[in-house]
Design a protein around this ligand. Sequence first.
Ligand code: AMP
Ligand code: GLY
Length: 421
Amino acid sequence: MNILILGGGGREHSLAWAVLQNPKCDRLVVAPGNAGIAAIAECANLDINDGGVVATFVEEECIDFVIVGPEAPLAAGVADRLRDAGVLVFGPSQAAAQLEASKAFTKAICDAANAPTAAYGHFTDAAAAKAYVTEQGAPIVVKADGLAAGKGVIIAETVAQAHAAIDDMFGGAFGGAGAEVVIEEFMQGEEASFFVLCDGTDVLPIGTAQDHKRVGEGDTGPNTGGMGAYSPAPVLTDDIAERALEEIIRPTMAEMAARGMPYQGVLYAGLMIENGAPRLVEYNVRFGDPECQVLMMRLGAQALDLMHAAAEGRLNTAQVNWAEDHAITVVMAAEGYPGDYAKGAVINGLDTLPATGSQMVFHAGTSARDGKITASGGRVLNVTARGASLHEAADSAYAMIDAIDFPGGFCRRDIGWRALD
Ligand code: AMP
Ligand code: GLY
C-alpha cells in the first residue's frame, strides 16, 4: 500500500513511525513533514488544506490510502474532495468535522443524543450572552464557537471576567471563530481523553490518555498545546470508559448517522470525570498532539490495520491487541513558549540515543540545516518511552532528555504526576 499522511508535527511523526512498522506499507509520503519525519519517510511540500492540490498529488503518485493528521484540512473538506475522487481516506467529512469546528453544533448533537455534558447557552450577541452570565454566576466558561487553535476557551472566575471575555470574542479577538459564543457551566472533576475509531457505524476504543496543558510544573502557568501526556489514564477505568461509550459516544455516532453525516476517523472525546460519571467537555476530530505519540508508542504496527479498517468500514471485525504497558511523552519546548520563543538553537545528542521500539524522539518543530537539527517551533521534541509501568516509562523518557543538548530548551519534570503519585 502507498500511504500519504497529511501534517508535519509530532503527531504525524508518531503516525509515520507506527505505519512504517507494518509490512503492508510499501511506500510512505508525509506532507509537509518535518526534519524528524524526513529521516524515516519521503516528505512532500504540499498545501494540505487545498483538496485539489492533495487529490492531484494522490493521483500522480499512485497513493492508495490517505491519513489526515490535523483538523484544518478536515474542516476545509479535504477528505470529501479525496473521497469524491475515489480515494480511501482516514478522517471525517467536512460536515462531520463540525464536531470539532463548531461548539454550538456539538452541543446541539449532545442535546439530541441525550449525552451528558455541561449546561450551556448559545449566543450571537453580547448583551444576551452577558445577561445569561449574570443570571448563572461564576465560575463559568466562555467559548468561541469556531476553531481558535486551542485559545478560544476562557474559564472565568468572576462575572466581570466573563463579561470581558464576551466583549473580546464579539470584538473579534478570535476572528470569525468568535462570531458566535457558547457559555457553559464550569464542570468540576478530573479530565481525561478517550480515543475511539469510528467507521460510520461501529466504534472501537484504542486507548486513553491524559495530557498536561499548562506550561509549568504542578500544572501552573499559561495554557499550551500540551507539555506531555501518558497512556493509559488510570482515572478512565474500564467501567467509566464503558459508560462514556454507552452514554456519550455511541449516541453521538447514531445522531451523526441519522443526520446524514456518518462519522469516520478517530474521535477524541475530552471527558470530565466526577464521582465515577463521565461528561463530555469537547470532541476533537483528530488524534491529540501529544496524546497520539503515546497511543502510537503502545499500538505500533497495528495502528495502520486499525485506521485502514475504519476507512473501509470494517471495524465490526477489527480487534486491538492490548499490551499491559504504559507510555509517556515529554515535550521539550523552546525558551519563551507559549509566548514568543527563540528559534534556531542547534540540538545535539539525538544521534546518541538508542532507537528501539520502546524509546523514540518524535520531532514537532524542527528543521535540518547543514546536517544539524535546529529548533524551529515552540514545541520542538516529544521524548517518548514505553515501559511495564508508568514509572519505568518516565525514567526511560527522562534519561533520554538528559542525553539531549538543547540550548534554551526546557521541559516539565513532572509529566504523569497524577498517575505516578
Ligand atoms: P479546549 O481549548 O477546547 O481544549 O478547552 C480547553 C480546556 O478548558 C479543556 O481541556 C478543559 O480543561 C477546560 N474546559 C472547557 N470547558 C469546560 C467546562 N465546561 N468546565 C470546566 N472546564 C472546561
Ligand atoms: N493536546 C491537546 C490537543 O491535541 O487538542
